[in-house]
Write a protein that binds this ligand. Sequence first.
Ligand code: TA6
Length: 288
Amino acid sequence: MSDFSSGEIPGSITSVKGAGGLKKLRIETSRSCAELYLHGAHLTHFQKNGEAPLLFMSAESEFAPNFPIRGGVPLVFPWFGPREGLASHGFARVMDWTVKESAVLADGSVQLSLSLSPVESYEVELTVTVSDRLSMELAVKNISEHSLVFENCFHTYFHISDIHAISVCGLENVHYLDKLKGQEFLEASSSIHIHEEVDRVYWDTASTVEIKDPGLGRKIRVEKSGGASTVLWNPWIEKAKRMADFGDLEYLKMVCVESGNIGKNSVTLAAGDRVVLKTILSSETLAP
Ligand code: TA6
């Protein structure tokens, strides 16, 4: 258990000044390391010892109040996507969070709990557990006296060797909205290859998704519970150029596989109720 208000635990969690002067927690375990900014409770780095980073971070990311960090695991809450005059993907990722608890668990994992000061009708907590994998749980409690409808999502950016080399598996036979075409389709492929801009919301799926990356000789697993939607996104060439906080060629080195509840999978939460969206990110060697 931490004995510092900042959540610091000597040898496991260190509070440092990160990019833009923002407060960052550096997490170390015997099997991995990670970094988390209090701004947006944004996990920007996770890496297993001896392996490439699991998450992509843009070299052009902003690190400033009111700006989202580009890369890592942006927390999308309480809405997904743009909203006139408001922060895209909700306010959670551009607000400062507070460390509630931190601990080194019996198995050597390091766990951090953070909370967002009660905002509107919600009590929101994030629990991150770092070991040889990365577990994240976003808990939302309805503290109002009426039911609420919201969207939530871990908008995870994965580091890959080359967008042309990877395949995304686990979404076959799932219906999806192609946001670029504005149409719904049924996924026919058990192994999706990306050769253009892709921006799809897969509905009603609890499936584990795998990213097979021969270039890095690894397979990334994206497990989720409490979420019915999976988003697959790569901006490709033209959108990458339009994004000020994203390098023109960075689309080659990332893919987003996002886990949450979006659109018709939005969450309806009765007064006083609480729900948890969980994702577990892991990797293993890809057999040649
Ligand atoms: O999850 C895919 C998406 O909705 C894309 O449409 C793209 O806008 C991406 O999110 C990034 O959104 P952001 O607001 O972080 O620039």
